[in-house]
Design a protein around this ligand. Structure first.
Ligand SMILES: C[S@@+](CC[C@H](N)C(=O)[O-])C[C@H]1O[C@@H](n2cnc3c(N)ncnc32)[C@H](O)[C@@H]1O
Length: 201
């Protein structure tokens, strides 16, 4: 996939030139940070989180080459741990949640970073059968149950792309269920006090 493919895959989930405060969690070298910046425009602030500092530096270089002046904050951190982020208009997580066994806890935590009208865009392999490289994929068919348990509404499919591995990938968007509509009994009270971030820029 090239930059145009990345843009096409998530375009339906991002309002053109709307800017806003976004995080790319498990950003790596930032293929989807760049697609996001392309779509949402120069008013976009991107907090790119990854535990791999050299991948984040690659993102910095590519962002400066393609979109000079982009407000890009590199955060070397564990995306599953509490992160010090401002209230977000959106989160994108591409090929990232399939590393995490407890995806309900992960998405529940991530939902709390979002503004009430914020959104989460996921890009994932459309499979429920993992392997040693992609241990916990979540298919689009399985996503509604995960979303519900983590306090999100029904996911909307944005697009799919064929993939050499695990058949195909998809992008989906979901928004938090308003607090008053959430089922009593959902997990709450995560430790949000600790901040494990290491800001690189
Ligand atoms: C397959 S790459 C995807 C990169 C990028 N999102 C993309 O789609 O091109 C997965 C990335 O997730 C990062 N990652 C995996 N587990 C992580 C964790 N617990 N905390 C932070 N980063 C993590 C890896 O370092 C890697 O850069």
């Amino acid at each position: 996939m090239n930059h145009d493919d990345h843009v096409r895959l998530i375009a339906g989930g991002i309002d053109g030139d709307a800017g806003g405060e976004w995080a790319d969690l498990g950003a790596g070298a930032g293929a989807f940070s760049l697609a996001l910046r392309d779509l949402a425009g120069s008013g976009t602030v991107i907090h790119a989180v990854d535990r791999d500092a050299s991948a984040l530096q690659e993102l910095r270089q590519e962002a400066e080459r393609r979109f000079p002046g982009t407000a890009l904050h590199l955060i070397q951190a564990d995306m599953t741990a509490p992160l010090a982020l401002p209230p977000l208009d959106g989160i994108i997580a591409a090929n990232a949640i399939h590393y995490v066994a407890d995806q309900v806890a992960l998405l529940d935590r991530w939902r709390r970073y979002l503004k009430p009208a914020g959104r989460l865009i996921l890009v994932e392999y459309d499979s429920d059968h993992g392997n040693r490289w992609v241990p916990y994929p979540v298919s689009f068919a399985a996503l509604p149950a995960l979303a519900r348990r983590a306090g999100f509404g029904e996911p909307t499919l944005l697009g799919t792309r064929p993939s050499r591995y695990l058949e195909r990938i998809y992008a989906a968007v979901m928004v938090p269920v308003p607090v008053q509509q959430r089922h009593i009994g959902l997990r709450s009270g995560h430790d949000q006090g600790r901040d494990s971030t290491n800001r690189l820029g």
